[in-house]
Design a protein. Structure first.
Length: 176
């Protein structure tokens, strides 16, 4: 599979992951969530089992404790979305980087600075003379004045990011 198709597939996959996760968080806030999970055999004290390379399991994640940390906790939910977006942008950005950001268009420059900032604590972090090329999408422009500003939920929101992804899909489909 070529890298353009990898980008297109990754965008669609991550949009579905994010949508399903969003719905899952809504369900975790239902008043009867504990009754529902108990009916499936998960009682208080249940843990997640995560496989290890030596075929043993890590079981230190208490299910009920984790659900209680999420329920009604807007900051936890925002942090969760930040992590998903960082993973998405990092993966897609890696593919773009392998291709020298194709033609360095304003959209791809926008993504390059966006990825860099997310990797530096969710803040724009320019070095040297950056940004040296136009980096923009719709009414979002990345300029030196953004140095140190938070990115997610301050500069751009989730819906805007998915607009960027949709535009990126169209853009890479047109590249030779």
């Amino acid at each position: 599979m070529d890298d353009k198709q990898l980008i297109i597939d990754a965008i669609e996959k991550y949009k579905k992951y994010n949508n399903a996760s969003s719905f899952g968080i809504v369900l975790l806030n239902y008043p009867d969530i504990f009754e529902n999970i108990q009916s499936k055999g998960y009682d208080a004290g249940s843990t997640a089992r995560l496989g290890r390379m030596d075929n043993s399991y890590y079981e230190g994640l208490d299910l009920y404790e984790s659900i209680n940390a999420i329920r009604g906790n807007a900051e936890f939910n925002l942090d969760y979305y930040r992590m998903i977006i960082i993973a998405e942008i990092s993966y897609i950005g890696d593919i773009l980087a392998r291709n020298s950001y194709f033609d360095k268009s304003p959209l791809l420059e926008f993504l390059r600075h966006f990825r860099n900032g997310l990797s530096h604590g969710n803040k724009f972090n320019f070095s040297g003379k950056e940004p040296i090329r136009i980096a923009e999408f719709k009414n979002f422009k990345i300029t030196k004045e953004l140095q140190g500003q938070n990115i997610l939920f301050d500069f751009i929101k989730l819906g805007d990011i998915y607009d960027v992804f949709d535009e990126l899909k169209k853009y890479v489909q047109l590249l030779n």
